[in-house]
Design a protein around this ligand. Sequence first.
Ligand code: NDP
Length: 246
Amino acid sequence: MSTVKNKIVIVTGASRGIGAAIAQSLAQAGAKVIVNYAGSRASAEEVVNNIVAAGGQAKAVQADVSKPADVDRLFDEAIAAYGRVDVLVNNAGIMIVKPLSETTDEDFTRQFDINVRGTFNTMRAAATRLADNGTIINFSTSVNRPMLPGYATYAATKSAVEQLTRVFAKEVGKRNINVNSVSPGPTNTELFTNGKSDKVIGRLAALSAFNRIGEPSDIAPVVTFLASDEAKWISAQNIGLNGAMA
Ligand code: NDP
């Protein structure tokens, strides 16, 4: 059984999609969850209400992870609410799919600011503010491998996240903190489905062995396991959650 009971967890970007499923999975397993969001307050409150209605504990906290002051406040509010932070799930992210030649300076900066700087900001804060024996789970992507046109900048941000993960795992191991990343394949959320035809979704589904895209419920239990005591010996790893996408 995965032991996350009474762990205090921050899940960034938990107002919808994969992050919302992770918050619910962790809360169901007994963790106390900070449901972070950037702008979707109503959705975040709904996630919290669902958790509380099911007998769990959660609190919504707004913070833009690309801003260091917001991240400090996120930790402040989590610690004020529950006393400490044991687990950080760096799920917040955005994806802008465009050929590199059409990618604007703003597209590039926005993706790096949220995906890379956001992960950097929360890990830098976690270096001193995550409790001893803590756990960090970062988000990469399985599109790093198949070299799909349009995904160059997004994949570059996630490759950077994987590298931050590996080196940071060595830096915080002395406090018995383990750090991993997960790489979902195409997963049924707004981030993935926005602007895609059924035909394009079908083509991407065919890249998996099961001829379907993933659901947030395929990802969340694995993250809950990685947050558990039993997964402590896993560190500096990137775990594909993609139904054998290749
Ligand atoms: P969604 O677009 O469904 O949800 C994104 C979440 O991130 C929202 O809760 C959003 O909050 C939050 N967010 C966005 N920007 C910020 C910010 N600056 N600060 C704090 N929170 C922010 O995305 P998914 O659930 O699909 O993606 C979750 C993670 O999984 C991402 O890192 C993504 O790159 C990764 N991933 C997703 C895949 C997929 O196919 N879906 C595949 C591989 C990886 P708000 O609503 O308030 O804006």
